[in-house]
Each structure stands twice: as C-alpha cells, then as structure tokens.
Design a protein around this ligand. Structure first.
Ligand code: GDP
Length: 658
C-alpha cells in the first residue's frame, strides 16, 4: 500500500517543477497551530530529529515544505534543500541552522513570507509523507512584534488550508479548545471536519480523564478524529527515548486504554500515512485527467513552435562558441599584414604632418629652401627631423594601435544579437583578448624598437623608393592643402567675405610692423563678443592663407627636377620622411604580425574553448542557455513536456496496480 504514497510524492515533486498551477497539485498535510502549542515538537517527533528553528523570538517566517522519504534499504539519514543545491546534509543541527538562516533572511518589515522553503528528509525511520509547517498563530501580542504580524500569519495559513490539503490542527491539551486558533481556522474551510486531523499535545499536563474527554471534543467533531500525544522535549532530542517516554506515560494511565482513545506519536504517524494515501488516491483520477490535458497542451506547443525539434543547453553553448569562432576566423583572414600596415602608416602620416608643420612649414625661410638647401644648416635640420620620427616611440604606439584595433574588432564581433543575451560571457571574452594582448605587449614593443634602431642613424633608399616617397609626400601635401582650404572656406561663409576682408585689413594695418606686437581691441574696433569672434577667425584665416601658400610652394618644389632624384634629400624633407615612414611601417608590422597577431589569432579560440566550453559545469551551461529568452522558452516547453510524460508514465503504472 505504501508504494502508492511514495510514488505519488514523487509525482507531486515532479509536478511542482512543472508549474504552480494548483490544478496540478497533489494534496499535502499542512500543520497549523498556535505558538507554543507544541507544533515543532510533534513534527520533530514524527521525523525523529530536532531540526526546526528555536529561540525566544524565533517565529517561523516562511512555510517549510517538508517531504519525508522512507528509504528502506539505507541506514543513511540526511536532509536536502533542493532549492539551494547544498547536497546531502547528514548533520541535523546543520539543517536547523540553515532553516534558521533562511527564516532570518526574511526582512523584518515583511514579517512573514509566503515563499516556501523546500526540505527533503531521507531516512529509514520516517514514513513517506509531505508536510507543510506554517508559522504559529499568535494569540497574545508581544511588544516586539509588529501589529500586522498576527494577521499576516493568519492569511498565510488560510492560503494553505483552503486548498485540497489535509489540515493537521495542533492544540495544546492544557488550553481550552474553544480558544484554538487552528480549529477555528480549519472550521471555516472544512466545516464538516472531513479533512482535518486534530492533535492534542501536552497530554501529560492535564488530568487523564479530562484528556480523554477532550479527545472526543463534541464541539467540533472530526471525521479523522483527534489524537493525543506527549512530546516533551528531552535532552537527547526527539528520538526513541521520547517515544518510549510517551508510551510509558499512556501505559501508566489506564484511563486512555479503557476509553479506547487514540494516543501516541506512532498512532499519529500511521493515521497521517493512511489519510494522506487515501486523499492522494482519491485525487488520482482527477490528476491523471489534468496531467493528460497539460501534456497535450505541452506537446502541441512543442510541435507548433519548435516543430518537435529538441535542443540541449550543451548544444546551444557549443553552437554559440562555434559561431563566435567562425566570425573570429573570418576576421583573422581579412585583417592581414596589408590592413595592419595601412593602420600603422596612417598613424605615421599624421606624425609626419605634425613634424613638418613644426620644423618646416611654419618657418618663414621655407620659401627659400629650394635655393639654399645645400646649406649645412638644412642638412642638420633634416637629421633632427628624422630623429624625432624614429625616436617618437614608434614601437610602443604602433603596437598599441594594433591592440586597440583588435580589441575594437572583438567588441564588434561580440556585439551580435546572440551575445547581447550573454553580457557576462562577452565581458569574459573581451577580458581574455585583453589578457593575451597585454601579455605580448612588451615583447612586441621591444622587438619593434630593436629592429627599427638602424633607421635612427641613416636611411638608404633606391631611386624607386625615393619616387614612391615623393609621390606620397605630394599626396600628403595635397590632402593637407585640401583640409586648409575647406577650413578657410567655412570661415568665409560664416562671416561673409566682405566683413572678413575688412577685419583682415584692419589687422594688417595695425600689425604691419612686427615689432609693434598684436593690435589692441580698441585699435581693431572690437566692441562685442561677436566682434571678438570675427577677429579671432580673421587671424585664423590669415594663418591659413599663409599656410596654404607655403604648401603650394612645397608642392611646386616636390614636383621640380630638384626632387626628382634622391641626391638632393635635404631639399625635399617631406619625401625623405615618407621613405622613412614606409620602412618603419614594413619593419614594425613584420614583427607585430609574428609576435602579437599570430599569437592572438592562435590563442584566443583555444582560450574560449577552454574557459567557456570545457570548463563549464552543468549549472553554468544551464545559466548560459537560459540567458537567451528564446532558448529558455524552448527548453522550458521541452522540459515541461518531458516531465509531464514521466509523470504520466508513473501515474499509468499506478493506475494499473490499483
Ligand atoms: P511550537 O511553538 O508550537 O512549535 O511549540 P514547541 O514545540 O516549541 O513547544 C513549546 C513548549 O512546549 C516547549 O517548551 C516544549 O518542550 C513544550 N512541550 C511540547 N510538547 C509537550 C508535551 O507533550 N508535554 C509537555 N509537558 N511539554 C511539551
């Protein structure tokens, strides 16, 4: 017979994972009673261990859903909190401590919480039962308790007793039963006493004849009857000693036997098992029907939405990582030496522009350069310019540039829809990328600096290289010129040509003599902020005009016969800088490629595999898969269908037997 309850408890726990639909719930025994009625003592007597939270101000603040599993063939006794995943706990003091912590975690302001704590206890000494321990009713208010607590507890108990559950109403025998909060509450939802069992505790505290009379309780008769117990706490806890003490109490008072009264914890246990089994058995047909309906629905959904396609969290993770690696691979193919060279050269071009601007283009004597470039002063200046490029930390900045580009690219690769669901994994992969690149940084920088060292002293070039240099220098001047011109144009259109011309003339008039210094606001006629802006722009326009004419002069020089051959290097510094930049770029990129890029392209996919695939445990895999809402939904329905199928199978096998 007991097999039924066991199976149904399994079914009950399975159904709980499917959903909270109350139609799909098998009945349980809910334990209600006033504070200090002896509720905990009764439960502990049934379990045979002390495990419930105690303490003067310790009110149970959350329902404890207790599943007792009779393990016939094992001597092992242990508890499990399935929600916490702590594994087997054999020390019942630890169970008690965990329950206390979970209770205390409910914030003071909330008083009680309706979210249940699940606890399973496996033991050869317990019957198969499901019990829900609820907070005890408060009868007298203590000053330390919030006034709403009493109502909140009553409401929570109502929630549990109104369902199709069996009510275990615990009352102390030394208190007038008419005052029992538990009986009052149960009468409201079960007026005929069909599903209520009364437990009278502390039988030892009243006269045996009175006790026997109370067990009949004619004021509120119960179909399932009242049972009297003595569960006085002993120093050794609620074990066999307690049961023996109880037994000897009832034996030593023949009144109980004579009246054929139901007394003793073993009687209570048996009654509970029997009642629960009957109740569950009665609900069986209804449950089979409901499960069938739910299963049909789940099957339908699975077919319609997912075409019966099964997925597993593992395969989802593998797919996500594969698609990441594919995209990464595609990137490594398209980000080769030419692309890295382009990036480094663009950086160096900017630098050449800055250097030429500073050393040559803003020097008034530059106009004369083609005529006087044989002068050793200019040759020296060329050497200095040269050095300022080679010594500007090309190694460090080019490596940094490539690292920045790579990290940016990784962000792009990881900004797909899929990884938007997995911010943690995304951050982790970026971290790996960063770590790998950082670890190569110094070696690469040193390598690059070493190999470009010779260029700090001289640069040799073929005529063809020189021609290329001239071409690129021309392009550099052209683009600088173009940007100057567009800037000038925008200034003109902001203020109007005429006003700008007037302002320029004004500046020229007062600043003709370079000794005189800048003109004063009064001289220029600046009266407002607008005027001030106008004159600032006029100055900028003057500078641009001068710059443009210099650049045009330089373009002329570069195109002249003088610059057509490499023998007149100091006449054409821009070209020589370009030749140098080209050599630096080639050399730097060669080493950056070997030391940094190749390593990165090789290591990152392996790192991703190791840390985000092979290293993940089942729980992390589930977490990852469930981060994606569409996968979560798919898994949910699939899981639901599988669970319901399992339940159905169990139920069918029961039906066949009974
Ligand atoms: P709860 O607040 O309803 O859980 O009540 P407890 O189980 O903590 O019991 C309250 C007090 O009554 C404790 O001091 C118990 O030792 C005591 N008690 C419980 N059952 C009995 C009993 O059958 N006889 C006697 N004499 N005391 C009991």
């Amino acid at each position: 017979l007991m097999v039924l309850t066991k199976k149904l408890i399994e079914v009950r726990n399975l159904l709980k994972t499917v959903n909270n639909n109350s139609n799909l719930q098998l009945p349980s025994i809910v334990v209600v009673g006033s504070q200090s009625s002896g509720k905990s003592s009764v439960l502990e007597a049934i379990v045979g261990h002390e495990f419930l939270p105690k303490g003067s101000n310790m009110v149970t603040r959350r329902p404890i859903e207790l599943t007792l599993i009779h393990s016939e063939n094992s001597k092992e006794e242990y508890g499990e909190f399935p929600q916490l995943g702590l594994g087997k706990i054999s020390d019942f003091r630890k169970i008690q401590k965990t329950l206390t912590d979970l209770n205390l975690a409910v914030p003071e302001s909330e008083c009680v919480s309706s979210s249940p704590i699940e606890l399973r206890i496996y033991s050869p000494n317990v019957p198969d039962l499901t019990l829900v321990d609820l907070p005890g009713y408060i009868q007298i208010h203590s000053r330390h308790q919030p006034p709403t607590l009493k109502q909140k507890i009553a409401d929570l108990c109502d929630l549990y007793i109104k369902e199709n559950n069996i009510i275990l109403a615990v009352c102390a025998a030394d208190v007038d039963l008419a005052n029992s909060e538990a009986l009052r509450a149960s009468r409201k939802v079960d007026p005929y006493g069909n599903r209520t069992i009364g437990v009278l505790t502390k039988m030892d505290l009243v006269d045996p004849n009175d006790a026997v009379a109370k067990l009949k309780n004619p004021d509120f008769p119960l179909q399932l009857g009242y049972i009297g117990v003595v569960c006085k706490g002993s120093s050794s806890g609620p074990g066999q000693a307690l049961i023996r003490a109880e037994e000897s109490y009832f034996k030593s008072h023949p009144e109980f036997k004579n009246a054929n009264a139901s007394v003793g914890t073993p009687v209570l246990r048996n009654r509970l098992m029997k009642v629960l089994e009957e109740h569950m058995g009665k609900g069986l047909y209804r449950i089979v029907d409901q499960v069938e309906k739910e299963l049909d629905d789940a099957r339908y959904q699975f077919k319609v939405h997912y075409n019966d396609q099964k997925i597993s969290p593992e395969s989802y993770v593998a797919e996500a990582m594969d698609s990441l690696k594919t995209r990464f691979k595609a990137f490594t193919k398209e980000f080769g030496k030419p692309q890295v060279r382009d990036a480094v050269r663009t950086m160096l071009e900017d630098r050449i522009r800055d250097i030429c601007d500073e050393v040559y283009w803003n020097d008034p004597r530059i106009q004369m350069l083609p005529k006087i470039c044989a002068d050793p002063v200019w040759a020296t200046r060329l050497d200095l310019t040269f050095a300022s490029l080679t010594k500007s930390g090309v190694g460090r900045s080019s490596v940094q540039l490539v690292i920045d580009t790579l990290l940016q690219k990784m962000e792009d690769i990881l900004s797909t829809d899929q990884f938007a669901h997995h911010p943690e994994a995304r951050a982790q992969i970026l971290q790996f990328s960063n770590d790998i690149l950082r670890s190569k940084f110094h070696v690469t920088v040193d390598q690059v600096e070493n190999t470009i060292k010779p260029y700090k002293f001289e640069v040799e070039c073929s005529e063809q290289e020189w021609q290329e240099g001239v071409k690129r220098a021309t392009a550099l001047l052209d683009s600088t010129l173009a940007s100057d011109e567009s800037e000038l144009k925008s200034i003109k259109s902001t203020f109007g040509r005429r006003r700008l011309r007037n302002a320029i003339n004004q500046i020229r008039k007062y600043e003709k003599d370079p000794e005189a210094g800048p003109a004063t606001a009064a001289e220029l006629g600046i009266e407002s902020e607008r005027d001030a802006k106008l004159f600032a722009s006029a100055r900028e326009a003057l500078r641009l005009q001068k710059h443009i004419s210099t650049l045009q002069g330089r373009l002329g020089a570069l195109r002249s016969r003088q610059c057509a051959v490499s023998t007149n290097k100091s006449c054409c510094p821009e070209a020589l800088m370009e030749v140098l930049a080209d050599k630096l770029t080639y050399t730097a990129v060669m080493f950056i490629y070997v030391e940094l890029l190749n390593e990165f392209f090789f290591q990152l996919p392996r790192e991703v595999d190791n840390k985000l695939y092979y290293d993940l445990n089942r729980q992390q895999i589930l977490k990852f898969a469930n981060e994606n809402p569409s996968v979560r939904k798919h898994l949910e329905i699939q899981e639901r269908k599988a669970t319901l199928e399992l339940v159905m199978e169990k139920l069918r096998s029961l039906n066949r037997k009974h």
